[in-house]
Design a protein around this ligand. Structure first.
Ligand code: UDX
Length: 453
């Protein structure tokens, strides 16, 4: 049993603290946001993450997990301090490290015994050295410490299983013994372990996320080509994925990636490249393709409505950047909603979990409380987030409630033939010519030119 302090109660901090407690450690989470800590002490979660609430309750009741705004309290008995604060994008794409700096400075000022300080926040390559420098300079008197990079590979919506069953854990430090001590915290998970230097560890995180984002933009570029050549990108992805060297994951074409990680991390890595004298050609293309996917969805709706959405009512199913999360940061749905609203459309939308976040941010959208209410009176319907409940809707009823049966499937969750048989005019992403699906015997001559080409 170790004494662990976790700084930050966001997506990464909450899951890290709770899972370490569940592994039998004594964990204190520190956050300067008093409201968050107050709610946590009432058992109210600051984020939506499947399974988190029960796990927090179990470990709080077992006196292994507690929450405070006091760094002094958090550091008192700590042997390890995990920095899990946000590193948002600055204007030029560079990661903003103000919260990391503040945490490292406060830890240094208040620590009164040796500590291992772990950077779990996603930080630009070289930050570990920078944190060590801040701590050294901020300590009132010199006290031993080590800095270890330990990047997170948690997907929102499956963060707890991702923590408990990791593909690997990565540790980087100039102090190998410290890295091994942090690795020991994870030993109950019996996962492959990589122990390396700090910069390499930080780069593993960026390179991993950038590669996953590249796979997504790759299959999205293929989907764009499929629409012009009459191929079905879902079948293409299946055929590709059976090759062991390629694998089936992260080949789902659609409106592209969002969230608080891929957009930020790809931008930050490209920025690191640019500021260090090289041009990130592939990463630039990955970002451009991702941006285009959102534009494509709005273009398809406009095309189906005869070239203009002005004065039309458009229904949007799903706003969260992906299912099983309430996170709307960089959500493709918000880009599409903004674009169509700016062109004069009235937008109605529903999301099973993210509604509160949407209304708190004050977006130009009428939020309704279910999918059928979204469809009622709509001139077109767009599927933006592939929540399971949208896969089992009564689509006949949906069609009957719409003013026009126009359906744009941003995540390819519907069967084009089924939708057409129900009377929808269907557009997917890469589903044969123009995204209409690949009916048998479809030939190049039948392909209608795509409006706006
Ligand atoms: C990601 C990484 O997966 C995780 O390892 C890292 O620690 C944090 O960033 P996350 O952003 O939570 O996790 O979600 P993820 O499931 O990776 O999806 C990211 C985005 O890509 C979502 O918008 C999702 O809709 C999109 N996506 C994913 C696709 O468009 N196609 C795919 O095939 C897979």
């Amino acid at each position: 049993m170790k004494n662990i302090c976790v700084i930050g109660s966001g997506y990464v901090g909450m899951v890290t603290a709770t899972c370490f407690a569940d592994l039998g450690n004594k964990v204190i989470t520190v956050d300067i946001d008093e409201k968050k800590i107050e709610k946590l002490n009432q058992g109210i979660m600051p984020i939506y993450e499947p399974g988190l609430e029960e796990l927090v309750e179990r470990n709080v009741n077992a006196d292994r997990l507690s929450f405070t705004t006091s760094y002094e309290e958090g550091l008192k008995d700590a042997e390890f301090v995990f920095i899990c604060v946000g590193t948002p994008s600055a204007v030029d794409g560079e990661a903003d490290l103000k919260y990391v700096r503040a945490s490292a400075t406060t830890i240094a000022e208040l620590m009164d015994h040796p500590l291992i300080i772990i950077n779990k926040s996603t930080v630009p390559v070289g930050t570990g050295d920078w944190v060590a420098d801040i701590v050294s300079r901020s300590q009132p008197e010199a006290i031993d410490f080590a800095v270890v990079s330990c990047p997170e590979f948690l997907r929102e919506g499956s963060a707890i299983p991702d923590f408990m069953n990791p593909d690997r854990n990565v540790f980087g430090s100039t102090n190998r013994e410290a890295a091994e001590q942090v690795a020991d915290l994870y030993s109950p998970l019996n996962a492959p372990t990589v122990i390396t230097d700090i910069r390499t560890s930080e780069m593993i995180k960026y390179a991993s996320n950038a590669f996953l984002a590249t796979r997504i933009s790759f299959i999205n570029e293929i989907s764009i080509i499929c629409e012009r050549l009459g191929a079905d990108v879902m079948e293409v992805a299946r055929g590709m994925g059976l090759d062991k060297r390629i694998g089936p994951h992260f080949l789902n074409a659609g409106v592209g990636y969002g969230g608080s990680c891929f957009p930020k991390d790809v931008k930050a890595l490209a920025n690191m490249a640019l500021t260090h004298g090289t041009h990130p050609q592939l990463l630039s293309a990955v970002m451009d393709i991702n941006d285009f996917q959102r534009k494509q969805v709005a273009q398809k709706v406009r095309e189906l409505l005869g070239g203009s959405v002005d004065g039309r009512t458009i229904g949007v199913l799903g706003i969260a950047f992906k299912p099983n999360t309430d996170d709307i940061r960089e959500a493709p749905a918000l880009t599409v909603i903004r674009s169509l609203a700016n062109q004069g459309a009235t937008i109605k939308a529903y999301d099973p979990v993210a509604m509160e976040n949407v209304s708190n941010e004050g977006h130009n959208v009428n939020l309704v409380d279910n999918a059928y209410a979204v469809a009622e009176g709509a001139d077109a319907l767009i599927l933006m987030t592939e929540w399971n409940e949208f896969k089992n809707l009564d689509m006949k009823r949906i069609k009957g409630m719409m003013r026009e049966p126009l359906l744009v499937d941003g995540r390819n969750i519907y069967d084009p033939d089924e939708m057409r048989d129900l009377g929808f005019v269907y557009r997917g992403m890469g589903r044969g010519y123009n995204g209409e699906g690949v009916p048998n015997g479809h030939t190049a001559e039948d392909a209608a030119p795509v409006a706006g080409d």
